[in-house]
Design a protein around this ligand. Structure first.
Ligand code: DGY
Length: 315
């Protein structure tokens, strides 16, 4: 039997793989995130950690876990909160949750495409606050989604799932990745894709090379009628540059689910026009969050059994 630190409360059934395997779960009574110091202390007494993207698992945390710690299982597909190199150097495996959240996240990306393009958040806000005084032919004039060109940036499972939805909505779909996917619609040059797209949806992981991938220069390449959607990671977009682009009408609208310094949102983004802002809920359905928690726990169980889990990210 191993001791497994579960850093936050998981959805019901999420830790079933740990209990089924007979492991002891170490957790806190409340759902408050552990401080970095608390994480370092807690990790020193366990064999495995099941953590969330709000936990910063850096070199210090990994080092505090040596020599007992065998695995860090992150309940997210993105693992930029985990220092994978430090883990690999310490012989600690890192797992994530690929595959189980693709469709749910793609649904939310599509929701943002529709909401941002059709200005429905603004329209609903006006209705609820009594600012709507009756139908008008020039009110809430959004952009058509059908017939528009969607540029998908990053074409992994989630990007491809968004592309499938777009086909059903009658959009013309392009995608950009560094290497040719061989799929129709591949565009080698990101700048060219940005210039051609009516809607741009971001689906790249956060890495050094994708930090501020969408910056002031690239926002200027987009059409003044274009919509930008980000359900990937906040730092992929320069938030201040985005706010400036929205304020100046350089692009038409934005739909954003992730932020550079969560839970802070850039104050200019909060007041920017035609901007739909959601609190990082891309994968937030009951079924998907439960499955994510289970998959992370299954990865931890596999490593504790001396097996190689399919969701291993360490080399
Ligand atoms: C992830 O899995 O990386 C999402 O951001 C959380 O669902």
């Amino acid at each position: 039997m191993a001791r497994v630190l579960v850093t936050r409360r998981l959805p019901d059934g999420g830790t079933d793989p740990l209990t089924a395997a007979g492991h002891e779960i170490v957790t806190t009574d409340d759902d408050a995130p552990l401080t970095h110091e608390q994480l370092c202390t807690a990790v020193a007494e366990v064999d495995a950690v099941v953590c969330l993207l709000t936990d910063r698992i850096d070199d210090a945390v990994i080092t505090a876990g040596v020599p007992h710690l065998k695995v860090v299982a992150n309940v997210a597909v993105g693992y930029d909160n985990v220092d994978v190199s430090a883990a690999a150097a310490a012989g600690v495996a890192v797992c994530n949750t690929p595959g189980v959240l693709d469709e749910t996240t793609a649904d939310l990306a599509f929701l943002l495409i529709l909401t941002a393009s059709r200005l429905s958040s603004t329209a609903e806000h006006d209705l609820r606050t009594g600012a709507w005084h009756g139908w008008g032919i020039n009110q809430y004039l959004g952009r058509d989604v059908h017939g528009a060109t969607l540029g998908v940036v990053g074409y992994g499972r989630i990007g491809a799932a968004v592309a499938r939805r777009a086909e059903g909505f009658g959009m013309h779909v392009l995608h950009h990745t560094r290497n040719d996917t061989g799929a129709p619609g591949w565009v080698a040059d990101l700048d060219a894709l940005l210039a051609e797209s009516d809607v741009v949806s971001l689906h790249v992981p956060l890495k050094d090379e994708t930090r501020h991938l969408i910056d002031a220069r690239r926002l200027q390449l987009m059409k003044p009628t274009a919509v930008l959607v980000n359900t990937a990671r906040g730092p992929v977009v320069d938030e201040e540059a985005l706010a400036i682009a929205l304020e100046g009408g350089e692009i038409f609208a934005a739909g954003i689910d992730v932020y550079e310094r969560e839970p802070e949102v850039h104050p200019r983004l909060l007041t920017a026009p035609r901007t739909v802002l959601l609190p990082h809920i891309g994968s937030a359905s009951q079924q998907t969050r439960t499955r994510m928690a289970q998959l992370a726990c299954e990865g931890a169980v596999a490593v504790l059994n001396g097996e190689r889990p399919p969701n291993l990210v360490t080399p």
